[in-house]
Design a protein around this ligand. Structure first.
Ligand SMILES: *[C@@H]1O[C@H](CO)[C@@H](O)[C@H](O)[C@H]1NC(C)=O
Ligand SMILES: *[C@@H]1O[C@H](CO)[C@@H](O)[C@H](O)[C@H]1NC(C)=O
Length: 246
């Protein structure tokens, strides 16, 4: 009985205090090596796949699909989306990675291509397009294809308990989208006949709408990207994540 207890305690403490070995998830790249970019392309590729269903040890949430409970959009009027799911990021190709890792600053750019990103969720609220006002709620889904984008991560090295970590302070991207198709259902009987028109207008003018929504989407991506990146960057010391071997 006591033995069992000791074993249990050992397992619990062991889990709590085990240092996180990042190399178990992704290749670790020597930041001074001439091949650092090729190594990082492979590391980012494997990192994205490792994060697909989340990484428990690091508290990283599942990223494909990525679920977001609430998403407020202060766009023209009151619009809110909830229970959104975004799928497809793990089918992406990592084209290139550029790293500028200094002792006092950190910057990384990751060039990505996604053949398809699919989003779905609930929406509610009112929107207007010129003279057309629609008050609706229902389900929506959007399929985007051929996305080209660069993740730009900026961070600052920081001392925590005598170790240097990088705190990611900003996550930026501005995807170029090849095509976008949206479907919606409307549960509000008063505006049902307007829904088809609204969907047609949305699909015919998606480039314009996308450009207008981009700042709101970017502020949301900045929050999500920074939070997820820091799950890794603030748990694995700088010199383990990007060691200087030579
Ligand atoms: C939209 O419709 C809902 C009910 O379907 C209603 O409660 C809300 O007040 C309406 N909003 C506007 C801005 O008309
Ligand atoms: C997207 O929404 C439409 C309309 O609700 C629906 O018919 C279609 O099956 C949905 N697509 C997917 C892939 O879920």
């Amino acid at each position: 009985m006591l033995n069992l207890f000791v074993v249990c305690l050992f397992v619990i403490l062991g889990n709590c205090f085990a240092a996180i070995d990042i190399a178990q998830y992704v290749p670790v790249c020597d930041r001074t090596s001439p091949d650092v970019n090729d190594c990082l392309i492979d590391a980012v590729k494997k990192g994205i796949v490792a994060m697909k269903s989340g990484i428990k040890d690091l508290g990283v949430p599942a990223i494909d699909p990525y679920h977001q409970k609430e998403l407020k959009m202060e766009y023209t009027n009151n619009q809110a989306m909830s229970d959104t799911y975004v799928e497809g990021v793990t089918e992406s190709t990592v084209k290139d990675v550029r790293l500028r890792a200094e002792d006092d600053s950190f910057h990384m750019e990751i060039d990505m291509f996604s053949p398809q990103i699919f989003c779905k969720g609930r929406f509610s609220g009112s929107g207007s397009y010129n003279v057309l006002r629609v008050n609706a709620s229902g389900d929506f889904n959007t399929t985007m294809s051929d996305l080209t984008y660069t993740w730009k991560l900026d961070g600052t090295p920081e001392q925590i308990d005598g170790e240097t970590y990088v705190r990611i302070t900003s996550f930026y991207m501005r995807p170029d989208v090849g095509n976008m198709v949206t479907h919606m259902t409307n549960e509000n009987p008063d505006s049902k006949e307007l829904t088809d028109l609204a969907i047609r207008i949305t699909n015919e003018n998606w480039r314009l709408l996308y450009r207008e929504m981009l700042p709101f989407a970017q502020s949301n991506w900045n929050k999500i990207g920074t939070r997820i990146a820091n799950k890794i960057f603030l748990k694995v010391p700088y010199n383990q994540l990007f060691p200087v071997k030579s």
